[in-house]
Design a protein around this ligand. Sequence first.
Ligand code: UTP
Length: 288
Amino acid sequence: MNAPIKKIVLPVAGLGTRFLPATKAIPKEMLPVVDKPLIQYAVEEALEAGIEDIILVTGRNKQVMEDHFDHAYELEKILQEKGKDEALEVARSMLLEEGRISYVRQMRPLGLGHAIWCARKLVGNNPFAVALPDDLIKGRPGALKQMVEAYNELGGNMVATMNVSREDTSKYGVITPGDHTKNRIVVGGLVEKPHPDDAPSTQAVVGRYILQPEVMDHLNKKAVGAGGEIQLTDAMAELIGQQPFHAIEFDGTRFDCGSKIGWLMANLSLATEDPTLASEVERLITFR
Ligand code: UTP
């Protein structure tokens, strides 16, 4: 039996330069989509997948996320006194049992691979999931649950992929696809941000992964890859051939909320599904 996925690493130490000036003093992961910050969507998706331990890799200016997952005593007291029970419940909705959420600092933003490596002591010798909170994925069930279910059958390592246009391959990690069964693809190779002419396919990796702890041995080498960063893709590529490695073409819609257009689209998409907002939003879009 495959060891169950009980831990997730959420790297949130990036600089968010594509979203300046909004991200100058607040972390990108605290940008709201409709009424919830991106980090909350990621944690909810992990809980839905049965994951118990949440590990945030944070950086400078990221303390506000610790506060988001803690009591807000003053606010809760005022809401209680005013009898605002519904608001009180919402304010308390993201309180996990103490000890289930941990924080570790990435002291320098050296890349996604380095951020994951910073969590090695908390991950230990266990398989673990990774989610990039700025990739918001709308899916029923969520992408992580879809992946955990596939992992329970297949084991090994896993990335979530989607089909992109060839010219967009240079923005993603791209797989060399092998055998294909339903939405499960055997991964024969992985390359980060290839030139579109060199991309081995148009199956692009988005921000959801299931990894075996051995990936940390490869991250430990701190090899610098595309963009001068320590890339997770390069460490994952070293596992191919050593351990099972699959891509899951997930069922759902992914929004790149680290970009302005992706974030706007996510807001519109989720707002049109919210009965308290849908008609106003649709009226606004139709009148433009
Ligand atoms: P991005 O590629 O979106 O980089 O990171 P970024 O710095 O956050 O944003 P831009 O490109 O400057 O606008 C993908 C994920 O990896 C994390 C980010 O927080 C995000 O979840 N990351 C990236 C780190 O935690 N540390 C890093 O050194 C780099």
